[in-house]
Design a protein around this ligand. Structure first.
Ligand code: ACM
Ligand code: ZN
Length: 741
């Protein structure tokens, strides 16, 4: 029991100050939770009696630099580590056993004995502050969350096309202009045309961190044993920098202050010009100030997604390639990265970049952050380079973590808590020696769709807890079901502290499947501690509703709602809801002539007959065809009659998705000779930017047939004036459902 009679004893010869600071972190937390002020003493100075909490720095075998050893008995708590940071993590473990807010409950710590150390050195979280700016106080709250869960690296994405967020004294326009943009509240920000602040009066959105604020945040993080790795993006994703200093881009005379947050912006230059030595001087001057602020060994220099068109057309870049014997623009990027690496190394730092830095030749000392899956990380590790794994699946925390129908709008993708929990940072194909290059992993929070700090919390909680366990605990002791059990008090704590978090893990998936020409629904949840209840009449499920045991048939239109009960009580989260529209094609299997659904596979081959209709939300229900026509065929298995047919389609100009030119319905008795029953031309202008969907439908005299073929003619190329114009095959075609009545 912790009360005012308990003393805190420091045993840390030569490190009294640092360990006292760590112990204060603990006594402060206890004070906040209970109002009890624990007395601090140094052992050796007085004889101790009563209850004691020892903070001891001493040789502690087999826990390494970050581990600790903890023994709690009725009389004393002995916390021991090799380094103060180990003691800090021991404190976090102690705090895990306590209430999360002050409740006037007595603080008790259960007796236990722990020897604990992390599996990985790099336990990271990235926050993008370019797309949306988060105030210094909020960045500290983010750091607090990382510290609570023993993360040790904060990757601060300070710079991107949408705004420059770090004060650089030598180049004031970076923050006086490129930190501010004219935002359009009507549109998802990253598809609107963004203008930076040439006229300060018209800038409505943005912000930056002064160097003083950054120093303060770096110190704050260091006290929590978190290293901040700053990222200064180059050579691409640099629209903001180029808006302020167009002279360092390839075609300064053509530069326009009008920017787009879309990184493949056509209205501006997104890249530094590697043919121009002045651009390197600019970057080096920026990096000098960055290095003075951040003691981190690693400096992140981006390197991802460089559209090299400007380099292809730039005389300076082409001259550089000739002079240096570079055959491709990829090699030109490699030249760029290697030159920056030499500069960082000469200043005692190490370069880290996204996996594109492998293309054209990896800089000799570089560490690779693998985001396009793990292949870049695998390749780099096999080459003997260090890597940090942050594959989009499952470590992009800007993706959905529950059923998109009931989650706040996210960028797309789907990374559930369980997917994160099951992640293994070391790919199986690496040898032991190669595996030693995997420093760890990190989750990335890009903020295109995250305008508020509340939403930041929501997207990382509780997924960061799963990642923390992946990075800290050995695989042999990880257990998904047990994690869910241990997560419960954490979630209660989030709610008590007013932290926003997702209940996506409690969601039930309503999964349609075409089976023998019928539509069957199965209900699944990744939470293994509960029971699913459902209704088919649109009412809210309760523990009195049907308990799910096996897949069931959809033979009429219905609204299914399903929820999870844990310990005989429904979880307080919105029930999963799906509406199924039944028609003669529902549940029939579809064969495609083309199957190109790289980005939005929806429900795969079942999408067009799964009874589920799409909305303007592109992540749902829509099967996507890039540049190709959709040609689908259904065999009804027997003679069928119909006098109405329709195909649902989507148009989203800003997402490069267009209605088909026309839709054609053909029927056949033998599957060989088809007869056209209807062709419906598109009447909506392709330049209509409003997100919309509609059925291309036709009524006709009743037809008898066994086979149906539906063709939707892809627009092919985006219309004039669109960024995709002039690129054959650039248009996407999205379809959700075939209706036969
Ligand atoms: C990235 O997501 N472009 C690193
Ligand atoms: Zn150039």
């Amino acid at each position: 029991m912790l009360d005012g009679r308990v003393k805190v004893a420091i045993q840390a010869p030569g490190h009294i100050k640092e360990v006292t600071a760590v112990a204060r972190f603990f006594t402060h937390a206890v004070d906040q939770l209970s109002g009890e002020q624990l007395q601090m003493v140094q052992t050796g100075q007085q004889s101790l009696n009563g209850k004691i909490i020892y903070f001891k720095l001493a040789k502690t075998p087999s826990v390494g630099a970050e581990g600790y050893q903890l023994l709690v008995t009725p009389e004393a708590i002995h916390l021991q580590a090799n380094q103060p940071r180990g003691l800090f993590y021991g404190i976090q473990s102690l705090l895990q056993t306590m209430p999360k807010i002050r409740t006037n409950q007595l603080l008790r710590i259960p007796c236990m004995e722990i020897k604990d150390s992390p599996s990985f050195r790099w336990r990271g979280m990235m926050l993008d502050v370019s797309r949306h700016f988060f105030a210094p106080e909020l960045v500290k709250e983010f750091i607090d969350l990382l510290a609570t869960y023993k993360m040790n690296t904060f990757h601060w994405h300070l710079v991107d096309g949408a705004g420059w967020r770090i004060e650089i004294k030598k180049y004031p326009k970076l923050t006086s202009q490129a930190a501010w943009r004219v935002d359009d509240f009507d549109q998802v920000w990253n598809w609107s045309d963004i203008k930076f602040n040439r006229n300060p009066d018209s800038a409505t959105y943005g912000g930056y961190y002064t160097q003083d604020q950054i120093r303060d945040i770096v110190t704050y993080a260091a006290k929590r044993y978190i290293t901040i790795v700053p990222e200064i993006e180059m050579p691409g994703h640099s629209e903001a920098a180029m808006a302020a200093y167009p002279e360092f881009s390839c075609l300064p005379h053509k530069s326009s202050f009008k920017q787009s947050g879309n990184f493949y912006a056509h209205t501006t230059q997104s890249n530094y010009c590697p043919g121009n030595d002045s651009a390197f001087i600019f970057i080096e001057n920026v990096l000098k100030e960055v290095m003075a602020l951040f003691p981190s060994k690693y400096i992140h220099v981006g390197g991802d997604e460089v559209d090299k068109t400007s380099w292809k057309n730039c005389p300076l870049c082409q001259a550089r390639m000739k002079k240096e014997g570079l055959k491709t623009e990829e090699e030109l990027q490699s030249y760029f990265m290697q030159r920056i690496e030499r500069f960082l190394n000469a200043n005692g730092r190490k370069m880290i970049g996204w996996d594109e830095i492998l293309e054209g030749g990896l800089a000799p000392q570089a560490t690779v952050m693998s985001w396009r899956g793990e292949s870049g990380g695998i390749k780099a590790a096999q080459m003997g380079h260090d890597v940090v794994m942050s594959p989009g699946t499952p470590l992009y925390f800007d993706h959905y973590q529950g059923d998109p129908a009931s989650e706040p709008r996210a960028i797309g993708g789907f990374n559930t808590l369980k997917m994160v929990y099951n992640y293994k940072p070391v790919p199986a194909q690496l040898s032991q020696a190669e595996a030693s290059h995997v420093l760890g992993a990190q989750a990335n929070l890009w903020t295109e769709y995250i305008p508020t700090y509340e939403q930041v919390e929501y997207m990382i909680l509780p997924r960061m807890l799963a990642l923390s366990e992946v990075l800290w605990s050995p695989e042999s002791v990880r257990n998904w079901k047990d994690f869910n059990r241990r997560l419960r008090p954490q979630l209660v704590g989030f709610a008590q502290k007013g932290l926003h978090y997702s209940k996506g893990n409690f969601k039930v998936d309503i999964k349609p499947e075409n089976k023998n020409g019928q539509l069957m629904l199965s209900l699944e949840t990744e939470n293994e501690n509960g029971v699913i209840y459902y209704t088919t009449d649109g009412t809210e499920p309760t523990t009195g509703s049907t308990c799910y045991t096996a897949p069931f048939l959809v033979d009429h239109s219905m609204r299914v709602k399903a929820g999870l009960a844990i310990n005989h009580s429904m979880v307080k989260a919105p029930a999963a809801t799906r509406t199924f529209t039944f028609n003669k094609a529902t549940g029939k299997s579809v064969k495609y002539v083309h199957l190109n659904s790289k980005y939005y596979p929806a429900n795969g081959l079942a999408t067009l007959t799964d009874g589920m209709r799409g909305t303007t939300e592109i992540g749902h229900q829509w099967h996507a065809f890039s540049g190709q026509d959709m040609i689908a065929q259904i065999d009804f298995g027997q003679t069928t009659t119909a006098g109405y047919m329709a195909l649902g389609c989507l148009q989203q100009y800003d997402q490069w998705i267009f209605y088909p030119k026309w839709v054609k319905f053909e029927v056949s008795m033998d599957g060989k000779n088809f007869k056209v029953v209807a062709t419906i031309d598109n009447t909506v202008p392709t330049t209509d930017r409003a997100g919309q969907f509609k059925d291309f439908s036709a009524k006709f005299s009743t037809q008898s047939f066994r086979y149906l073929r539906v063709t939707a003619k892809n627009l092919g190329e985006c219309p004039a004036g669109h960024p995709g114009a002039g690129k054959p095959g650039s248009a996407w075609l999205f379809c959700d459902e075939i209706i036969v009545q």
